[in-house]
Ligand binder design. Structure first.
Ligand code: S3P
Length: 173
């Protein structure tokens, strides 16, 4: 596997962080999660950042994350689900990385995060409809900005990692 970063993109709750951590063990690359880095450097939770400063401020922090973490390679990078809202983010991440879209269904995403209240954009009464609506708005970007698409809606973390590794080997070696 080459020295580029492997950048995981996809909707909230599709499994970017858990798949990313396992992938980093399997490939011996370090793991970084954009939300965790943003949280740590701001000293605030993501929902606190949204509440105190608004989404646009959070998106600036995400932009800075992309610029900083594209400077070096050999990492697995899990990104926040909205990273693709800014095409510039993807262009930046691709300088030194391969972008992998972890595709999932609204049903599976809902199952994964129905009891999670840490995502400000989904803290609404009808979470399932919000997931469907936002995914519809974003799916074009996920599919068109990525180098590889892997459907993780029916697979375990281990199987998802193996599928990603297989696709990377096929496309990039
Ligand atoms: C967001 C996704 C979240 C987090 C923030 C906004 C989004 O990350 O960055 O709540 O706009 O899709 P996860 O995809 O890790 O949940």
């Amino acid at each position: 596997m080459n020295e580029k970063n492997i950048v995981l993109v996809g909707f909230m709750g599709c499994g970017k962080s858990s798949i990313g951590k396992r992938l980093s063990d399997k490939l011996g690359k370090s793991f970084v999660d954009s939300d965790v880095e943003i949280k740590n450097s701001a000293g605030l939770d993501i929902s606190e950042i949204f509440n105190l400063y608004g989404e646009s401020y959070f998106r600036k922090l995400e932009r800075n994350f992309c610029k900083l973490y594209t400077l070096s390679g050999n990492k697995i990078i899990a990104t926040g689900g909205g990273i693709i809202k800014n095409r510039g983010n993807i262009e930046t991440l691709k300088i030194n990385g391969i972008v992998v879209y972890l595709k999932s269904t609204p049903q599976k995403i809902y199952t994964n995060i129905r009891y999670d209240y840490s995502r400000p954009l989904l803290n609404v009464e009808d979470k399932f409809s919000a997931i469907k609506e936002l995914l519809e708005q974003r799916i074009f970007y996920y599919e068109n900005y990525s180098d590889i698409i892997v459907d993780v809606s029916e697979t375990s973390i281990e199987e998802s990692c193996n599928m990603i590794i297989k696709s990377l080997e096929k496309e990039f070696i």
